[in-house]
Structures are given as C-alpha cells and as structure tokens.
Design a protein around this ligand. Structure first.
Ligand SMILES: NC(=O)c1ccc[n+]([C@@H]2O[C@H](COP(=O)([O-])OP(=O)(O)OC[C@H]3O[C@@H](n4cnc5c(N)ncnc54)[C@H](O)[C@@H]3O)[C@@H](O)[C@H]2O)c1
Length: 379
C-alpha cells in the first residue's frame, strides 16, 4: 500500500467531512493507497493549528500557495468557498498535484473550462465531490437504471429544500455565510443545492439539452459581514426549472432556502415505463421502488432498506439491517478515487464531467433572465 499525502485547503464543514473520510477509508476498504493527513491550510494560524491538532494533520500552512509548493504533497483537496476553486485548482495542477475539488466545480462555465484544461494538460487525476452519488441507495438506483429495469424514462423530478435564510436580519459574507454573497458563491441555491440534484440527474438519466428557469431573491439587501455595510443581495434564494433530457424525458427541479420546516430535503423521483424510483436524503438508506411487473394484487411501492451485502458498498461495513449515514458517502468517494488511481479508470465525476453540471446551472440562470428556454452549452 502506497502513502498518498493530502494537503487540505479550508477546514470548515467539508474540511471535516473529507478529513473523516481519509481517516476511516483504509479501516473499511482494502485499497492500494493510504491517505496521509500531511498538511492543512487556512488563513488564521490559531484556528488552523487547532484543527490540525484535533484531526491530527502533521503540519499547517497559512497560505495555500505554500501548501501547493511543497514537495511532500501528492493531492490537493479544495474545501474553500467557490470563488477560490479556480485559482487553487489551476495552481495545484500546474504543480503536478492531483486535485480533488468541492462542488460546484467553478463559479461559471468559463472558469470551469480553464480548470478542466489545467488538469488535462497536466495529466493529473482529478475529481469533484458530488458525494450523493455514493449514498448506497443512489448507487443502487444507478444500477437498476443501467440494467434497463425502468425501461424508457418519462419523468425526472428533483427538489432540494431548506429554510435557514428566511430571517432578513441574517448577514451575508464571511465564515459560513459566504453562501449568501454572490462574489464568493457565484450563485445561490442553483450552484449550491440544485448542482447536487443536477449531478445526480445527469449521472442517472443522461444529458440535459434545454432548460427554462425562474429565480427569486426574497430578501433584497443584507448587511455584509466583511464591509459592515448593507449591500444588495446578488444570489438566488429560490430557483425552479423545467428541463428536457436528451433521452426525451421531462423534468422539474426546485430549490429554495425559504421552505419553512425543511432542513435538507433532497428528493428525486424517476418514472419509467416499467418501474419508478424515489429517494429522500432524510431517509438516505432507503430506496423506494415500484415495479409494474409485480403481481397486480400485491403491486405497490416497496421501501428497500439498502443494507444487504449485495447492495453497493455495504459489504465493507456492518451486517444487514444496520444503516449508513451522510459521512459514509465521502468515505465511498475517497475509496473510489484511490481505486481509480490504481486501475486507471478515474472515479467520477471528473472535472470534465462536473463541468456539465455547471453548464446546466449557467443555462438555468441565463433562462431566468431571458424568460425563455435556453440550450445547455456543450462543454
Ligand atoms: N459536497 C457537499 O455536500 C458539500 C456540502 C457543503 C459545502 N460544499 C462545498 O464545499 C466548499 C466549502 O464549503 P464549507 O461548507 O466547508 O464552507 P465553510 O465556510 O464551512 O468552510 C470554508 C473554509 O474555507 C476557508 N477559507 C475561506 N476563504 C479562504 C481563503 N481566502 N483562503 C483560504 N481558506 C479560506 C475558511 O476559513 C473555512 O475553513 C464550497 O465549495 C461548498 O459549495 C459541499
């Protein structure tokens, strides 16, 4: 087993989720590589040192450029706000490092194209953390669709609902609240939440050709944490769009941070000629399945508890009936990335694949402005 020295940049929510995955993965998966928590980078020396002590990183850097310049780093993991993804990823690729980047890949398609070019010309392994693909129930959905069990697909329906920005006094900008600041986030729920729904949809149901979207910013001005001034809010608080998939199926997507009572209600439903599938992040270890081939007297929605050895990833964990959670999706993604290094078959989504999600997001936002259906640009 070879060591793979990780350099983590950003140590907030995702910094913790990824660090946990690097630490656990070799305990449960037999792999050709072992991630080593070599260095973590953040701007505040005291905070980054506290993080390094807690998670047992060997060293710290207060400038991400120094981390990238180090010879003892093999892979750079980008866990910063979205506006930093491009510069860090391009610098890391130029330095010959593998690059793992949080989603969304970039602020827009133009930036994303530059990032794809950088990793492809450097020939470095790369991946974007669209982790919901690796919830075992979602991976099982992919298997069922690829086996042709749904037949022709007619409908795809996804939503991602939250309620944490309803308070008009909530400021924008700075730690955690960078998501409300368009300069740091690029967009609001479209790049943050719908990007997850779109990645899963493209993976399960193929490319999207065109979209028609609408967005709204319910709170127009918020105090900015960095300037102290009340500033215009540039992000979309809510977004809903229609989509046509290349395979002829029709779709609706919806996301908001103003759905009182919902914290992270990501659901999708797919209706095919033979069967339907439904998944809910709040119940992420279950896959709902309706099969028209069942005997009519007993036909109905089944709730499959995805915890059997033959279900994706499960044999590496516990015995049937015991469920996995959110953090396991990241462990699975690291396992697949490390396996991909050895087999030469990269774990998806690569930067190139993740750029397709950004292209859909861009088309949705464009359409919200023009009021027309917009074609998704080719990437
Ligand atoms: N895959 C998922 O499910 C998922 C979930 C949440 C967030 N994300 C993505 O992960 C990324 C980080 O989000 P988060 O929730 O961890 O945010 P966070 O606010 O919790 O953490 C961001 C980190 O970046 C650091 N940072 C900010 N500006 C920096 C700079 N100029 N230089 C160096 N470090 C800087 C902050 O200090 C902090 O450590 C975002 O791109 C977000 O979209 C993905």
């Amino acid at each position: 087993m070879k060591d793979l020295n990780i350099g983590l940049i950003g140590y907030g929510f995702m910094g913790r989720a990824h660090s946990n995955a690097y630490k656990r993965v070799n305990d449960f998966f037999s792999l050709p590589y072992r991630p080593v928590l070599k260095a973590v980078s953040g701007r505040d020396a005291a905070n980054v040192e506290a993080f390094a002590r807690n998670w047992r990183y060997e060293s710290v850097e207060t400038d991400w450029r120094k981390l990238i310049a180090r010879e003892d780093i093999d892979a750079v993991d980008i866990c910063t706000p979205n506006n930093l993804h491009k510069d860090i990823a391009i610098a890391a690729a130029k330095a010959g490092k593998m690059v793992l980047c949080e989603k969304p890949l970039s602020m827009n398609v133009e930036e994303g194209r530059e990032m794809v070019k950088a990793v492809e010309s450097a020939g470095v392994p790369n991946m974007v953390w669209y982790n919901y693909r690796r919830a075992p129930a979602v991976t099982l959905a992919k298997r069922l669709i690829d086996e042709g069990r749904l037949g022709r697909i007619f409908h795809y329906r996804a939503k991602f609902l939250q309620d944490w920005t309803i308070n008009a006094e909530l400021p924008q900008g700075g730690a955690a609240l960078w998501r409300l600041d368009a300069a740091a986030a690029g967009s609001g729920v479209t790049g943050d939440l719908l990007a997850h729904c779109i990645d899963t949809a493209l993976w399960l149901n193929g490319p999207i050709d065109s979209v028609a979207g609408m967005t709204e910013t319910f709170v127009k001005q918020r105090k900015h944490n960095l300037t102290g001034k009340v500033e215009k809010v540039g992000i979309d608080d809510a977004c809903a769009f229609l989509a046509r998939f290349h395979n002829g199926s029709l779709a609706t997507f919806e996301s908001t941070r103003y759905a009182r009572g919902h914290k992270a209600l990501y659901t999708f439903e797919i209706n095919g000629e033979n069967a339907s599938i439904f998944w809910d992040l709040h119940d992420l270890h279950r896959l709902q399945w309706f099969d028209y081939k069942d005997e009519s007297a007993l036909r109905g929605w089944r709730s499959i508890h995805v915890s059997e050895g033959e279900h994706p990833y499960i044999k590496n964990w516990w015995v049937p009936g015991l469920q996995l959670g959110y953090e396991h999706t990241f462990v699975h993604q690291v396992a697949d990335f490390l396996e991909g290094l050895a087999t030469g078959k990269p774990a998806g989504p690569t930067f190139k694949e993740a750029l397709e999600t950004t292209a859909v997001c861009d088309a949705v936002l464009k359409s919200a402005g023009t009021g027309c259906f917009e074609k998704v640009p080719k990437v």
